[in-house]
Design a protein. Structure first.
Length: 476
């Protein structure tokens, strides 16, 4: 730490001590550093690309010859450029899907790129994408399907040993990894080394012994957010449409998310106010009807993607938007067009925060260091109420009428998620009128308010689990 920064921190500490105001105590469940960094990414890409791309399937049976994997024009830098230009901050690649084919030359199987025509067997899609991400300052993540329809030992301890070795191999050779994605699809018919049979594993995913898997990740890559159903750092939002529930807590208890080895849809959707773990919702959705590329499918329109942005990032979670490279290994041109138009819509809509030119007033104060102005601008500061004060108003006023289409609210989640109920009002003909309302806020909440014209906006926090800690109120 430089001397300047040290003196600055000291100065802030002295001022806070001098005015005698401490920050509100954190709630009992708060995010870890890796989760806070993950929240701030907001949106990142999924990339589904493997042998299925060449067999025109969504789920490969596991008997496909590696020779089928033959992208004619794969370029990791070009893929990452699309991701970056679309404003996505990371990329999670299907290193291995349910068919068991490995996009990296794993030392533990022959069922991989090393036996494909791609670069004469010398290629390494995982390595190339990881390197391209690093170069472009895009975070890299890995999807490693627990279900493996190729492996002869699937369902026994032999496979678990194989699976953990692969995980170690990936984290050691291709890290840092911002997120590991452990798909829930699990057990069923498959090739299984030629057995061609149905294999079910013990109670959903109990077979995999997730605590062991998580232990390996923490050992090799402590910054990785684990996406799974059993011990999540981040959870499934309960659907693949890109829609996080309006009422959504970032907290949940794994034993309720996943009772008896089965996803509990209600709990996944809403989280739990009294959950014992920070396990926020992630919305995974594909730009196309399928996760993998198929001819004659169309990408979603920019407008549809914009709606998805509002129901994912705008509801306190993250957006994991899937791209499906074609048999060249390229993101189809029409998908790129749609993505870039979407990006433009988001950037233009949220370009100018009208709150920046407003007078801001709050109903009560905690004291110096936690004032109303902290809610203007994008930094780690926040407005806080005094201990015991669990409601309060924020008022923005302008000298001339403003046309407002979206109101954005953020909590300072480093201290936990708190708001239970709020209402947004606009001054209309001298009277306050409700224009939006809700329960939870979390990391970020975006509320469409239909282009209302007004000179004043009021956000009323009606109930909270503790003193309010509001990081931002913005209007667009
Ligand atoms: C599902 C899988 O079965 C799909 O193939 C896809 O990978 C999706 C993201 O998750 O559970």
């Amino acid at each position: 730490m430089s001397g300047k920064i040290k003196s600055l921190i000291l100065l802030v500490a002295v001022v806070l001590v001098a005015c005698g105001v401490e920050a509100p105590a954190p709630m009992s469940v708060v995010p870890a550093e890796r989760q806070l960094a993950w929240h701030k990414m907001e949106q990142y890409a999924f990339v589904h690309f493997t042998i299925n791309t060449f067999t025109d399937k969504e789920w490969g049976y596991g008997d496909e010859s590696p020779e089928l994997f033959n992208p004619t024009d794969f370029d990791a830098d070009a893929l990452v450029k699309v991701v970056k230009d679309a404003g996505l901050k990371g990329l999670i690649l299907t290193a291995k899907h349910h068919d068991g084919f490995c996009l990296w030359p794993s030392a533990y199987t022959e069922h991989s790129v090393k036996n494909s025509p791609y670069k004469g067997g010398k290629g390494d899609i995982v390595g190339e994408v990881a390197a391209a991400c690093r170069k472009a300052d895009i975070k890299f993540g890995i999807y490693l399907s627990p279900w493996d329809r190729n492996h002869a030992g699937y369902g026994t301890d032999e496979y678990l040993d194989y699976y953990r070795k692969q995980l170690r191999e990936l984290l050691t050779n291709y890290g840092p990894v911002f997120e590991m994605w452990f798909d829930g699809a699990n057990g069923g018919d498959g090739y299984y080394g030629g057995a061609n049979e149905v294999r079910r594993v013990e109670s959903g995913y109990l077979y995999y012994d997730w605590p062991k898997v998580v232990e390996i990740i923490r050992e090799l890559s402590p910054e990785t957010v684990v996406w799974s159903s059993s011990l999540p750092d981040a959870r499934w939002c309960s659907n693949e449409r890109g829609v996080i529930a309006e009422h959504c807590w970032a907290m949940a208890s794994p034993e309720q998310l996943y009772p008896n080895g089965r996803d509990h849809i209600e709990t996944l959707a809403h989280g739990m106010e009294d959950g014992n773990r920070w396990a926020p919702a992630e919305a995974d959705v594909s730009i196309r009807p399928g996760w993998f590329y198929h001819d004659n499918q169309q990408p979603k329109t920019p407008e549809k993607l914009f709606d998805i942005y509002l129901t994912s990032v705008g509801r306190g979670g993250t957006l994991l938007l899937n791209l499906a490279p074609d048999r060249r290994g390229r993101v189809p041109e029409q998908d790129i067009e749609s993505l870039m138009a979407w990006r433009k819509m988001v950037d233009q809509t949220f370009a100018k925060d009208l709150a920046a030119n407003a007078a801001i007033k709050v109903s009560s104060k905690r004291g110096c260091g936690f004032g109303a102005k902290n809610m203007l601008g994008d930094d780690d500061k926040y407005w806080a109420t005094a201990d015991g004060v669990i409601s309060g108003d924020v008022e923005l006023t302008w000298s001339k009428p403003q046309t407002i289409s979206y109101v954005m609210i953020q909590e300072h989640i480093a201290l936990g998620q708190r708001v239970r109920k709020f209402e947004v009002e606009a001054l209309q003909n001298g009277e306050w009128q409700s224009i939006a309302s809700g329960t939870t806020v979390g990391y970020k909440r975006i509320l469409p308010v239909k282009g209302i014209s007004t000179t004043a906006l009021r956000v009323r926090f009606i109930d909270s689990r503790g003193p309010l800690t509001i990081a931002r109120v913005a209007a667009y």
